[in-house]
Design a protein around this ligand. Structure first.
Ligand SMILES: N[C@@H](CCC(=O)N[C@@H](CS)C(=O)NCC(=O)O)C(=O)O
Length: 211
């Protein structure tokens, strides 16, 4: 059985997990709790993924896949059912992948923001960077509010999955930022996203970290 290096705290892992559920593959992949700490590279993980990041998927034939985009693409190729996450039509695929990049990009803002807030010693914390993260988060959410009708019109794809998971992560770690305020169309779209069984089956939680 393929092995997925996994954590219930990681939004990139959740992207992969939602894809596995959507494609009917969740029961066909074993999850292993792996603690990928951005401040302490993981020797065991680096033996298969030199970036020391999760999700990392070990296939039965010895191939190792990362990052979340590639794991989602594998799920789309491997799974027989569920929505086509990466559309065949070139224009639809570009739009889906651009939206995927926006969702992942929002996570690429949220994660260092969290590191700055919770892991860096207070004396080394940069107020300027904290402002940059907040500004980018708000600009992405504004962009999404404008584009919400487009998200609602087309069939579910990797763009929806990535954006939806990124907004779930803001709820998990940055609830006080109130991304829904003044963005009713995006909030409504996300309400529908949150009802998907794949999203309900993969909720974030702060589990005890493995030693
Ligand atoms: N671009 C990667 C990002 C993955 C990532 O940064 N994962 C975090 C966990 S949320 C991680 O492994 N961090 C460890 C590190 O940065 O060393 C993806 O889309 O999978």
């Amino acid at each position: 059985m393929p092995i997925l290096h996994w954590s219930p705290r990681s939004p990139y892992v959740r992207k992969a997990m939602v894809a596995l559920h959507e494609k009917g593959l969740a029961a066909s992949v074993e999850t292993v709790r792996t603690h990928a700490d951005p401040m302490i590279p993981h020797e065991g993980l680096m033996a298969i993924n030199p970036l020391s990041k999760i999700p990392t998927l070990e296939l039965e034939d010895g191939r190792v896949l990362f990052d979340s985009h590639v794991v989602c693409e594998w799920a789309d190729l491997e799974g027989k059912g569920g929505p086509q996450l990466f559309p065949s039509d070139p224009a639809a695929r570009l739009e889906a992948e651009r939206d995927e990049a926006l969702g992942t990009g929002l996570l690429d803002v949220a994660l260092p923001w969290l590191v700055e807030l919770n892991m860096r010693p207070e004396a080394q914390r940069s107020d300027q960077m904290l402002d940059v993260y907040r500004t980018k988060m708000n600009r992405v959410a504004d962009w999404l509010e404008t584009h919400a009708p487009r998200l609602t019109e087309r069939p579910f794809d990797i763009g929806h999955l990535s954006i939806g998971v990124a907004l779930c992560y803001l709820d998990f770690r940055f609830d006080a930022e109130g991304w829904r305020q003044g963005r009713p169309a995006l909030a409504k779209w996300h309400e529908g996203f949150s009802e998907r069984p794949s999203v309900k089956a993969t909720t974030f939680r702060d589990d005890p970290r493995p030693t």
